[in-house]
Ligand binder design. Structure first.
Ligand code: B12
Ligand code: SF4
Length: 512
């Protein structure tokens, strides 16, 4: 691994693109005496990314809205991926609950500021993985009154008590806010132990819910692994919690029921679990029972590790349960890199897994991370060749992104390797740090070229010639998104800026 230097001083994370508005800075705790209605907003990501066309909300806000609804508080979720925000509804509300991840947090802050400007006195609360790790940043914008850190299921009653002045911030574990000009952090809230206590999110509380073509479903939380670049373990814990088989079946049944009674026609179910088959016996019992009860969705997509294929009995059951697609984090085709990031997976294991998936006719979406310290443009080329050789259905080349809450983030900050502090760019489509063995432009270009090669017309046609219509369609989508990304004016300007910085970076690399 080479050492290197960043040419210019790197701005610190606190010099964030979203400007704080000192005049709005919250000096005291904001109390809203009677809360009757809350608008819950999940912002969209600015710019184009591979999921731009995917109308899928995260499940945090729908769960919280269901809990509010049960408490008799009117709640409506506006997930911008599904429908625009109804500002009239916001104006009639006493509080706004925002949920964001890192690439959507700038927009979340801007929407909070907009709500404050339209409704003076409205309370703004934000949660999700980004602000869980950087609560001060959110409170420092002046547009956010409270930050909820970690999981909030079961915390809603306490949160409402704080908002309405009946309790203090410190009384609500997980909450951060400003009181008497001082930031106050209540103690951490332990993760929800019993997932059965988390309600099945009432999808009809989401504006535009009828547009859901894929039904999201969360049946377990957490992951026993701890990859260097992933914040799941620090956000949701290493102890994997699962719904009981009965509760999970109940969700599948309700989905089937929603289809019939509400006229929803989702073509598939996307199991949101970080690692759905972490407990194989549970997964076997669940899907066998779902087959027996005949409550299977037409198509099931799930995030698992490639090691799911080691259990052929489970593979057979999943196949019979209409599992048509796995989402696998393959990450790297270099064993040393995989070991260094704590993936606990080898390339040989993934290759064997792909053979088993193919034999069971389950499609595989392979997600790769590019930009680890040994990675060069040649690594990207080899990765592309590997993905083509193993005929993955679809792929994602994600540029390593130091997301707050991950060990990789801490290391990059420590080494002053962060080159881009605009959170909008933390979507794994932009290179936001100085790679160790190449320039930012070369790595970015290699990733785009690799994706271009994978999503080329001959590859789309190859799938169509074999009558693999779904694969052909998915690849055509990949092709379309990539072209749109390359065409967007902001991305062209971004690529130009990387190219302009290249000679300087090269000189630094050569010296190193
Ligand atoms: C399903 C999923 C997707 C889906 C759809 C979701 C979507 N529209 O973003 C798809 C495939 C599209 C997707 C894409 C991406 N994803 Co994603 N995704 C997930 C996943 C697996 C589940 C999300 C979920 O519903 N969780 C369950 C619910 C219950 O959790 P929650 O929504 O966070 O809510 C809880 C708490 O956070 C809190 N809370 C949340 N909001 C609020 C608000 C208030 C007011 C309060 C009080 C509390 C609160 O309480 C909730 C209940 O306990 C998570 C991992 C995970 N386990 O969360 C990753 C995750 C959210 N994704 C992540 C990333 C990085 C991405 C991508 C950038 C990756 C990429 N380039 O491919 C894109 C970006 C998409 C985008 N811009 O919208 C990261 C985010 C990390 C971060 N700091 O930003 C996560 C955490 C995964 C990881 N490995 O680290 N994703
Ligand atoms: S296996 Fe997946 S979910 Fe688990 S820590 Fe690694 S990347 Fe995150």
């Amino acid at each position: 691994m080479r050492s290197w230097k960043i040419p210019a001083p790197v701005p610190r994370m606190s010099q964030h693109r979203y400007a704080c508005l000192p005049s709005q800075a919250c000096q005291g705790v904001l109390r809203v005496p009677k809360i009757k209605q809350i608008a819950l907003i999940e912002p969209r990501q600015s710019g184009i990314h591979v999921f731009s066309g995917t109308a899928l909300p995260r499940l945090g806000l729908p769960i919280l809205a269901t809990e509010l609804d049960r408490m008799g508080i009117k709640a409506r979720v506006f997930a911008e991926a599904l429908s625009p925000i109804d500002w009239r509804y916001v104006r009639e509300s006493q509080a706004v609950f925002l949920s964001s991840i890192t690439p959507t947090v700038n927009r979340a802050y801007a929407l909070a500021a907009e709500a404050k400007s339209q409704v003076p006195g409205i309370a703004t609360v934000i949660g999700g993985p980004h602000v869980t790790f950087l609560p001060e940043e959110a409170l420092g914008t002046g547009a956010i009154d409270y930050v909820f850190r970690g999981e909030a299921d079961g915390a809603i009653a306490e949160l409402i008590s704080v908002l309405s002045g009946e309790a203090q911030i410190a009384d609500c574990p997980g909450l951060s806010g400003i009181a008497d000009g001082q930031t106050v952090h209540a103690p951490d809230r332990p993760p929800t132990r019993d997932l059965d206590s988390v309600p099945w999110p009432d999808m009809s509380l989401i504006a535009g819910w009828h547009r859901l073509r894929t039904m999201p479903m969360e049946l377990s939380r957490g992951c026993p692994f701890d990859c260097d670049f992933c914040c799941v373990v620090r956000m949701f814990g290493r102890r994997c919690r699962r719904k009981s088989i009965e509760a999970a079946l109940d969700q599948l049944e309700r989905k089937a029921f929603a289809e019939r009674s509400l006229g929803l026609k989702p073509k598939s179910v996307f199991i949101y679990d970080d690692n759905h088959t972490a407990n194989r016996e549970w997964a076997k019992r669940l899907w066998e029972a779902a087959i027996a009860r005949d409550i299977l969705p037409p198509s099931v997509f799930m995030q698992t590790r490639a090691d799911v294929t080691e259990d052929l009995e489970l593979m057979g059951i999943l196949r019979r349960a209409n599992c048509h697609q796995f989402f696998w984090g393959i990450e790297s085709i270099d064993d040393a890199t995989l070991a260094s990031v704590g993936k606990h997976q080898t390339v040989m294991q993934v290759e064997a897994a792909l053979r088993v998936a193919r034999a069971h006719r389950v499609r595989v979406h392979g997600m790769f991370v590019l930009g680890f310290d040994g990675d060069t443009p040649e690594t990207v080329q080899r990765t592309t060749q590997w993905a083509l050789r193993h005929d993955l259905t679809t792929i994602q080349f994600l540029l390593l992104t130091p997301l707050p809450g991950t060990p990789v983030y801490a290391r990059m900050i420590e080494a002053d390797r962060i080159t881009d502090t605009n959170w909008d760019h933390y979507d794994a489509h932009h290179i936001v740090f100085q790679p160790a063995a190449t320039t930012r432009f070369r790595l970015q270009l290699a990733a785009m070229k690799g994706m271009g090669k994978f999503y080329s017309w001959p590859r789309i046609a190859a799938a169509a010639n074999r009558y693999h219509w779904a694969t052909a369609y998915l690849r055509a989508q990949g092709h379309r998104v990539l072209r749109a990304w390359l065409k967007a004016a902001e991305n062209r300007a971004y690529l130009r800026s990387l190219r302009a910085a290249e000679p300087r970076e090269l000189r630094t690399l050569v010296r190193a």
